[in-house]
Design a protein around this ligand. Structure first.
Ligand code: CS2
Length: 490
């Protein structure tokens, strides 16, 4: 079997090959988080930009935890195949935008040193919500977050996200280098402002003059990113092997749809990401709200309700007519909280989302989406729930999604099988509901609503919302999720 490398890539059909000679282009982007999503999204946009316009914009990719992806990419000269799977035939191409890789767990100093390279003009991040260590309510760092706490003690040897960014920026300032733009690509609300607040919060504690420099010099544009990308499986690799006769240990597959809306604020320049379809706007917030509340909110509903009802993949859940009615209802309620977008009709968007979720070629596990609920629910479910309550709109969809998450927190499937919650607050959640009677919805609801810094007071103090959650959780616990879905869907 032929391994994918620079040499073997030359023999591939032209349609697969990058439209440029990778070695002709230098590095310009430092990216943290080399997971599937980055390879299906920013790496693909950068690839399109390089093909369209050239430039020294290849990516130095850092994997913060896993070393496997770094080894796989290093053995393939950074190349990997991306297969887009939508309505039409699959479309596979070789992405060549990743030039170099670092496994942070093996060599963290190499990551810190990467910031010292003058050619780095943009830093991008896909590290997941939980990796940062924000105190979102205070728009500051959470000093209790494990990485933040460790890095505050030894900032020059930082290895967590906020610590690394701060130390990287310190080195740039001290070397007299221009500040890069730092672009957060995680599913967080106002992710640019939040990341700025986190980095500044960290810097203020270790070096106030650095904080001033960062405030003056560093731009943190916000961005909304979207492309459904399940974790790659053996089938992903097998498909590429069978179709093209190449062995690609970093192969990835995703849906055909893709969207990237970015705030235009790149003082040192940026790739022509428009070539991949990116949209540059002044204010990303309404796009973010739409995506987080309609797509991700409905995704979380599907994850918890679908997983508990026995649906392994989102596409299976979308065959459950009653659950689809709830998904549609959820998106309608969420849409009411989004506001006006000049170029997007929210009814059309909702219809597209239903079709995207049902995509039979995408094997996206409900259990994968269910993870990290405490990091996801605030922006996906709680924020629109509060707005729905304020405007006297229907809050039942948000209460049902919340109740589904609460049932998921019990950690026991309906057939009695235990599962890990895969949430950074798993221990706390288990401690909170450990002693409660697993049939007592009120006790579980009270316990989970009392987790510190999680449920907003606007929800816990609202008897209507609390009752709506408790009643629904009681139905789920008593009758099972499938029956509860049917009852809720009416
Ligand atoms: C999903 C997202 O896992 C999750 O929480 O909701 O990863 C979702 O697939 C992406 O945001 C789609 O762009």
């Amino acid at each position: 079997m032929t391994k994918l490398t620079q040499e073997t890539a030359r023999d591939l059909p032209a349609a697969l090959s990058p439209g440029y000679v990778p070695g002709d282009h230098g590095v310009g982007i430092l990216h943290l988080g080399l997971g599937a999503f980055h390879r299906a999204h920013q790496a693909a946009y950068t690839d399109a930009a390089l093909a369209a316009e050239g430039g020294d914009w290849r990516i130095l990719g850092v994997s913060l935890r896993s070393t496997g992806i770094v080894d796989a990419l290093a053995a393939q000269n950074g190349l990997f195949t991306l297969t887009e799977r939508g309505d039409g035939p699959d479309r596979t191409r070789v992405i060549a935008s990743i030039a170099e890789t670092i496994a942070a767990s093996r060599d963290t100093e190499a990551v810190r040193r990467a910031f010292e390279r003058p050619e780095i003009r943009v830093v991008t991040l896909t590290v997941t919500e939980k990796a940062y260590g924000f105190d979102r309510a205070a728009m500051d760092i959470d000093p209790a977050h494990a990485d933040v706490a460790t890095d505050l003690k030894d900032p020059r040897n930082a290895s967590g996200v906020l610590g690394l960014l701060t130390e990287g920026l310190r080195r740039r300032r001290d070397a007299g280098l221009a500040a890069p733009a730092i672009l957060c690509c995680d599913n967080l609300p106002e992710n640019g402002a939040l990341l700025a607040a986190g980095v500044l919060g960290f810097a203020r504690r270790v070096d106030p003059s650095l904080a001033e420099w960062i405030e003056r010099e560093v731009s943190f544009p916000s961005s909304m990113v979207d492309r459904i990308t399940p974790a790659a499986t053996e089938e992903t690799t097998a498909r590429v092997r069978d179709q093209f006769g190449i062995d690609d240990a970093a192969a990835i597959e995703c849906e055909a749809f893709t969207q990237w809306v970015i705030e235009e604020d790149f003082p040192q320049g940026r790739p022509n990401w428009e070539a991949g379809g990116a949209l540059f706007v002044k204010d990303v917030a309404p796009y973010e709200r739409m995506k987080l509340r309609m797509l991700n909110g409905a995704h979380s509903l599907i994850a918890y309700a679908g997983f508990l009802a026995g649906h392994v993949y989102v596409r299976d859940a979308m065959q459950d007519a009653a659950l689809v009615r709830l998904v549609d209802r959820h998106m309608k309620a969420a849409a009411l909280t989004v506001g006006h977008l000049p170029d997007i009709d929210l009814d059309t968007y909702r219809g597209e989302l239903l079709a995207r979720f049902a995509n039979p070629s995408i094997a996206h596990q409900t259990f994968q989406i269910a993870m990290d609920g405490t990091q996801k629910l605030p922006q996906r479910i709680f924020a629109p729930a509060i707005e729905a309550l304020e405007s006297d709109a229907d809050m039942a969809p948000f209460a049902f999604a919340t109740a589904a998450w609460m049932c998921y927190c019990t950690g026991i499937a309906e057939d009695g099988t235990p599962y890990d919650l895969r949430d950074p607050r798993e221990v706390e959640i288990r401690a909170a509901i450990g002693k409660t009677d697993k049939q007592d919805a009120k006790a579980i609801c009270d316990a989970l609503m009392s987790l510190p810094d999680f449920f907003p007071a606007a929800l816990t103090n609202n008897a209507t919302f609390k009752d709506a959650c408790t009643t629904r959780l009681q139905v789920i616990l008593t009758k099972g999720m499938a029956a509860a879905i049917l009852q809720e869907a009416g």
